[in-house]
Design a protein around this ligand. Structure first.
Ligand code: GLA
Length: 388
């Protein structure tokens, strides 16, 4: 039987069809699932994400003019051409912003690169809370950085991709998604301290204990550009400033200082951040001890805190978590920014099918489309797939 072509090989052929020459290479970067540590990154706290198998691929070739030509397999009708000197925040719409933003960020850092043509195959589902945007940014970062001949540290590269999202696309995200996408390590979660910018891969191998990590995508599209995310971030900044610190992480004994916040909303937001940072540390310890029961308990506690204190859940996410609990999951929580998107759960491997069926029944009974469920494993970060 003929060997199936890889996504990178297929994309290189598409590039040739469109631009009439072979690309100089194909690069890729993954989406991510955050195991625990939600809404802590922009508070300079701890996160514990892992890269997943779904990736964005980009085939790239230099061109003579100082122009950027972009096309996407997902949006075939919309090739976009722009002069490198005309790249400005707000100048583009849709998917091409995530691509052009990275080229723009390189230029802003004083690293003016060549004009390029590229074609994108973004295979991380959009709106599912699995960082499709970071996967595109980090694939383009890997490609453009290579063309420029740069070999930068993963944190620097993640920050460059984050700059594209913050300043070009206009989403005030933290560093979680881009760090996971650039720095992902197969079979490991990344314990990342967003204050000290230290990253430590932590073995994550539930299969060895007869368990599986699953993702249930509720199909409720979350949109970070909407006000909720920025509003939570502003609450945290207000709380930190009332407590006399530059960030909530930098408040000594934050958990003991919550009574000083008179506004009950700000106090709840800060309580989530304090408890969630502690849960990341607990989960890192529990993973090292092989104590999956405690990992699962922390996941449930994280969900409750995101629902009640941080108020970023929604009925579909809550229903998913409660169904999975009833179906015997060790732990379940919303993953990503919230307001929709996906739940990550830790389930005995032999219960994945029955838990999926139970979830389907509950959603159907509630008149909702059943979540899409699949197993996820920690995979590698951004990389060159092929280079000439
Ligand atoms: C989104 C953002 C991240 C992070 C999470 C919440 O994914 O892009 O920076 O803040 O939400 O943990």
């Amino acid at each position: 039987m003929a060997r199936q072509r890889s996504p990178a090989e297929g994309l290189a052929d598409e590039f040739e069809k469109r631009y009439g020459r072979r690309p100089e290479g194909v690069w890729s970067a993954p989406g991510r699932v955050n195991l625990v540590g939600e809404h802590t990154d922009y508070n300079l706290g701890y996160v514990l994400p892992f890269a997943i198998a779904d990736r964005a691929y980009v085939a790239v070739g230099r061109r003579a003019e100082r122009r950027l030509g972009m096309s996407s397999l997902q949006y075939p009708g919309e090739p976009v051409e722009v002069d490198l000197d005309d790249l400005r925040p707000g100048s583009l719409r849709g998917w091409s912003r995530y691509v052009a933003g990275v080229v723009w960020a390189y230029h802003r850092r004083g690293m003016a690169g060549p004009g390029v043509d590229l074609i994108l195959d973004g295979r991380v589902p959009a709106g599912a809370g699995l960082s499709s945007s970071a996967s595109i940014e980090c694939a383009v970062e890997a490609a453009y950085g290579d063309l420029l001949g740069r070999t930068a540290e993963p944190v620097w590269r993640a920050q460059l991709a984050q700059k594209a999202e913050n300043d070009f696309v206009g989403v005030p995200c933290g560093l979680l998604d881009q760090m996971a996408s650039v720095g992902g390590v197969e079979g490991h979660a990344l314990f990342f301290d967003t204050l000290g910018l230290a990253v430590r891969p932590v073995p994550l191998d539930p299969e060895r204990s007869g368990l599986a990590l699953i993702v249930a995508d509720t199909g409720v599209a979350h949109a970070l550009a909407d006000g909720g995310y920025a509003a939570r971030r502003a609450d945290c900044e207000a709380a930190a400033s009332l407590l006399g610190a530059a960030s909530l992480r930098q408040v000594p004994d934050l958990a003991g200082q919550l009574d000083r916040l008179e506004d009950p909303v700000l106090a709840r937001r800060a309580r989530h951040v304090a408890s969630e940072n502690q849960r990341v540390l607990d989960v890192v310890d529990s993973l090292a001890a092989g104590d999956w029961t405690r990992v699962g308990q922390a996941m449930y506690a994280s969900h409750a805190s995101l629902r009640d204190d941080y108020e970023v859940s929604c009925p579909e996410l809550d229903l998913t978590v409660e169904c999975l609990r009833a179906a015997g999951a060790l732990g379940a929580r919303l993953t990503g920014g919230g307001f929709g998107g996906s739940v990550v759960a830790l389930v005995a491997a032999e219960r994945v099918d029955s838990a999926t069926a139970a979830l389907g029944e509950s959603f159907t009974r509630a008149g909702l489309a059943p979540p899409r469920v699949r197993a996820v494993r920690a995979g590698p970060g951004a990389r060159a797939e092929q280079k000439r």
